[in-house]
Write a protein that binds this ligand. Structure first.
Ligand code: ADP
Ligand code: TPW
Length: 582
């Protein structure tokens, strides 16, 4: 270690001074942060070096958006804010998409960015990478702070942590101008200025009358349904949520990232009867799920309404930590505001052995429908078409995940997303990580890296070929850190599929079409990982089994029928032109 990198955080006889670099690192460590996801450059290169020298793990990416996505999903997985570190203006902007996405998904994350000199930025005198970053970030995150003096670093980091994890979690921006890092101060005073945040995400206990209102409504239901969202997964109230479902005997539906909160094979799962239960249910208990577009805003035909805007007649009970979420789309008859752990345990206290199970008529109708759909799907999965299609490929992934329930599953694409979500069962909480509330492409490799780092488990990333392209360069990162990531690209030669024609008849291919038979597996080989070209389910299975066994970075180029995909996957309702073509 060179002299200028020696830790000076703990005062010794020789060193009674500290500086901004060390105070930032000490403040993060004091608050249990173990990993920084980032990309070095002016003015934070030394911060990354010193952080590594002082025991933080620094995971360096090839693009800040991927580092940001890694930090965001680390926040979801651990409940602690994930930290992303970027350079000024362009690096900051690259990280900002991930910060906004984290906020949209309620993932706790802190984007720390170096920035240029305030005096020059504010007079717009044209500094290196000049930008008023706090002003830009503010509208895209929960909170944005700037620290100008070394003695305020402790407060700045404490505020960032609290803002990220308390209440509804989200993204926080922390601006650290270049000059801050070299500011020296007395080491003892510096240490005293740091704050170890006490109870960063305080429980929020629901009001007893709100609990009673919810229980009364639920008890009177003839066709009750529980809807679990990713907030329920985030809340880590796994045992109580399971008890709520099992003791009440109410069928439940998991949203995408809530899959596995109870095993998808659970007898009360209504996942395979979604289009039946949503319009039929009379009382719906939402647990950490918003009535946003993913749930058709709680109204319209999906919910049995007579047209796309009409209320379907359901009554809603909603558990959420954010009071203003209530009534955001339809009336919430029984709002239950508080943290999910406290709310669910309060409900459980009222659900005793005498609790009336839902009418058998409802349960039979739901499970008949589900069992029929499961049987139909089993038939489709058993087919072995040539070329391989989404179903025959996912039949393999489904088996591999079943055999490796601790593995993390990352998933993005359109068809590659929708089919994986419905075909691949999850068995444990917080194992499925995907495009979330925005349906954003580009989370793949960032999520995969963080999933491996934070869990230590093998990671399977099921990627559309278009989706993969947004973060594909991070296969180098995966190889560099030798992470047990198996990327499976469902390669159908384009966005959604590979068969579109140029309507002008000109020489350019259609906007959705890629190079045919692209050899993505060679990208992994280029950096020392394992590449597999798979045209059959057997080859795919062999490649995946070997990847999980060896824990070596692996990329499987799974060749899928290029006619197999539907435009926009299953959200054609938002793409009227594609819907008309169906
Ligand atoms: P999904 O997309 O799975 O339906 P959403 O992201 O729409 O889920 O909803 C998650 C909800 O969970 C948000 O409204 C958020 O406020 C809420 N939430 C997150 N963590 C908690 C918690 N610990 N307690 C209560 N609500 C929470
Ligand atoms: C940041 C729009 C939604 S899905 C998709 C795009 C480009 C790719 C679908 O093709 P893919 O999957 O991945 O090959 P498949 O299985 O259907 O063939 N930019 C961003 N986010 C989104 N959602 C888009 C564009 C989009």
């Amino acid at each position: 270690m060179s002299a200028n990198l020696a830790p000076v955080s703990s005062p010794t006889e020789e060193s009674t001074m500290t500086d901004g670099f060390n105070l930032v690192i000490d403040a993060l460590k004091l608050n249990g942060i173990k990993t920084i996801y980032g990309l070095p450059g002016i003015p934070i290169t030394d911060l990354t070096r010193k952080a590594q020298a002082q025991g933080l793990r620094v995971i360096s990416f090839r693009h800040e958006q991927n580092a940001g996505n890694a930090a965001a999903i680390a926040g979801f997985m651990t409940g602690q804010p994930g930290v992303c570190l970027t350079v000024s203006a362009p690096g900051f902007l690259n990280g900002l998409t991930a910060l906004a996405n984290a906020t949209t998904n309620c993932f706790p994350m802190i984007l720390i960015s170096g920035s240029s000199e305030r005096e020059i930025v504010d007079l717009q005198q044209g500094d290196y990478e000049e930008m008023d970053q706090v002003a830009v970030a503010r509208s895209l995150c929960k909170a944005a702070f700037r620290v100008l003096h070394a003695e305020d670093i402790g407060v700045g980091i404490a505020r960032a942590i609290r803002s990220a994890v308390s209440g509804r979690p989200g993204g926080v921006y922390l601006d650290l101008p270049a000059k801050l890092f070299s500011q020296a101060m007395d080491a003892a005073a510096g240490a005293a200025s740091l704050i170890q945040v006490v109870d960063p995400a305080p429980r929020q206990i629901p009001a007893p009358d709100a609990v009673k209102r919810a229980l009364d409504l639920l008890k009177g239901a003839k066709k009750p349904l529980i809807l679990l969202g990713k907030g329920a997964a985030y809340a880590r109230a796994d045992a109580d949520i399971r008890a709520l479902v099992e003791r009440s005997g109410i069928p439940y539906l998991p949203m995408s990232m809530a899959k596995g909160l109870l095993p998808d094979t659970h007898e009360l799962s209504a996942a395979a009867a979604r289009s039946y239960v949503l319009p039929e249910a009379d009382v719906v208990l939402l647990v950490g799920a918003r009535l946003n577009w993913l749930l058709s805003h709680g109204k319209g035909k999906t919910w049995g309404g007579k047209d796309h805007k009409a209320w379907g007649g359901q009554k809603f009970i909603q558990i959420d930590i954010s009071p203003t979420e209530m009534d955001s789309n339809v009336r919430i008859d029984a709002p239950l505001v508080g943290d999910i752990g406290s709310c669910v345990s309060a409900l459980l206290a009222g659900i005793d052995a005498k609790w009336p199970k839902p009418p058998a008529e409802w349960l039979n109708a739901v499970f008949d429908r589900r069992n029929k759909n499961v049987a139909k799907m089993a038939e489709t999965l058993a087919k072995d078409p040539k070329p391989m299609n989404f179903h025959s490929a996912l039949n393999v992934v489904r088996d591999i995940v079943k055999a490796n329930p601790d593995a993390m599953l990352v998933n993005e694409g359109a068809n590659a997303l929708d089919f994986t979500r419905s075909i691949v069962d999850m068995y444990k909480p917080r194992k499925r990580l995907d495009v979330g509330t925005w349906g954003v492409m580009g989370i793949g490799m960032g999520f995969a890296v963080a999933a491996a780092i934070e869990s230590g488990e093998p990671v399977i990333a099921i990627e559309g070929d278009s989706a993969f392209g947004f973060s594909g360069m991070e296969v180098e990162t995966i190889c560099r850190y030798n992470l047990p990531v198996c990327v499976v690209i469902f390669n159908n030669n384009g966005v959604y599929r590979g068969t579109d024609q140029n309507l002008s008849g000109g020489a350019d291919v259609a906007p959705t079409v890629f190079v045919k038979d692209a050899r993505y597996e060679k990208m992994m080989e280029a950096f020392g990982g394992v590449g597999v070209y798979a045209t059959t389910p057997a080859e795919l299975r062999k490649g995946m089994e070997e990847a999980i066994r060896s824990r070596r970075p692996t990329l499987i180029n799974a060749i899928i029928d290029e006619t197999a995909g539907t435009e926009s996957g299953r959200i054609t309702s938002l793409n009227p032109a594609a819907a008309a073509k169906k």
